[in-house]
Design a protein around this ligand. Structure first.
Ligand code: ARG
Length: 396
């Protein structure tokens, strides 16, 4: 009796995988697993219904808590890969770990997923599955299937084909971001139609009155909105809602995939834009100049590891330790204005501020500005000498 556990979204690709795993790979039992990382409730229920109907057994696993913890770390790291807020990338290893738990519990012989051979997700999934010693099956990558073949095959196996509504995009949605790719969007010179966006309004349609939001942080983690404490899921959902209403958090970009392929990607991520704008602003108030400069390098490396799905790297642990150390003082609040697609910090405050008004103020005598002249005599010294020499030496 060979058994396989399948990462299951309920869509056409992963649903045709069920009979394929039986017929073409010879498994006797297919167990589907859908992991809840904050995608819309009806999407989860849809996957559940279909898993129960077409597979031998189905599991729905709630991983919102794990995902929110990962998002909190991402906020501390100002997570950004080439301008992408890393939603899908961050979720994949969490999904994979949950699927592994089921595969172990079910005593499965293999794990299957619906990722293709051209994207990033195959690498992110496989890394975790191989780590736990599982055989991996990726029918989409291995069999080179076309959509047309899949539809016919689905029909032959009595699988209901999801209504495509003439929207041939590939969508991946979770609590942190919504990604839209494929179809006509694959032409980078094509201007996307408004309908690809579901979380955000275009600036033309947003309210004419701006909104000011205060975000409270504790050790780098957002804990409140306008003074009201909120749990992670509610806080992120709230900001997605209100940010989206003001058109905040749209990205249309060319992205370098892990394999080296360039891809055109469209994203929506209002909460991510608001939270990272606010978090960066607060960091500027409390972290030292050198911490900020060095942290940028750490952030770049951190984001790349997440994008690559290399969260089991020892370096990832070390970078997280550094980031956590810097966040001990990132406590305070930031007020941002959201308006017509923009998000701008307006005010900030922290007990840990390295900013001291009595030192910086034009009006204060606490720090005697006359002392600066001595510093100034040394500052720029080498440049002055160089320009002195340059006058006489024609060779430079
Ligand atoms: N490019 C992003 C990433 O690699 C998102 C991919 C999402 N997939 C999708 N089918 N829309 O993380």
């Amino acid at each position: 009796m060979a058994k396989v556990v399948l990462c299951y979204s309920g869509g056409l690709d992963t649903t045709v995988c069920i009979p394929i795993l039986r017929e073409k790979y010879g498994f006797d039992e297919v167990v589907t697993v859908t992991v809840d990382i904050g995608q819309p409730e009806d999407e989860i229920r849809y996957a559940e219904r279909r898993g129960e109907k077409y597979a031998d057994k189905h599991y729905t696993i709630d991983a919102k808590k794990e995902f929110v913890n990962a998002i909190f770390m991402l906020i501390k790291a100002n997570g950004d890969y080439e301008g992408y807020v890393l939603g899908t990338a961050l979720a994949r290893p969490i999904i994979a770990e949950k699927v592994v738990e089921i595969a172990k519990k079910e005593n499965a012989d293999a794990i299957a997923h619906g990722a293709t051979g051209k994207g990033n997700d195959q690498l992110r999934f496989d890394n975790i599955f191989f780590q736990h010693g599982f055989r991996v099956i990726a029918p989409m990558r291995e069999l080179n299937l076309t959509r047309e073949w899949e539809m016919e095959y689905a029909e032959k196996h009595g699988i209901e084909i999801p209504v495509t509504k003439d929207k041939p995009w590939s969508i991946d949605e979770n609590l942190w971001s919504r990604s839209i790719e494929g179809g006509k969007l694959e032409d980078p010179s094509y201007i996307p139609p408004e309908e690809i966006y579901e979380w955000t309004l275009s600036a033309e349609k947003t309210p004419n009155e701006p909104e000011i939001i205060e975000i409270g942080f504790e050790k780098g983690i957002p804990i409140s909105i306008n003074g009201e404490k909120m749990d992670g899921v509610s806080l992120i959902r709230y900001l997605n809602e209100i940010g989206g209403k003001h058109g905040v958090g749209r990205t249309d970009m060319i992205e370098d995939r892990i394999l080296g392929l360039k891809a055109r990607e469209n994203y929506e991520h209002p909460a991510a834009t608001i939270l990272i704008t606010a978090h960066r602003d607060l960091e500027k108030l409390v972290l030292s100049r050198r911490e900020l400069k060095f942290k940028k390098i750490v952030e770049e490396e951190w984001a790349e590891l997440v994008y690559y799905g290399l969260v089991n790297e020892p370096l990832f642990e070390a970078l997280n330790a550094f980031i956590d150390k810097t966040q001990e003082r990132v406590t305070g609040w930031v007020r941002v204005k959201i308006y017509k697609g923009s998000c701008i910090p307006l005010a900030r405050s922290s007990d840990f501020a390295l900013y001291k008004e009595e030192l910086t103020s034009f009006d204060s005598l606490e720090l005697d500005q006359r002392f600066s002249e001595g510093y100034s005599r040394f500052h720029g010294l080498q440049g002055r000498i160089y320009n002195e020499i340059k006058k006489d030496l024609k060779t430079i």
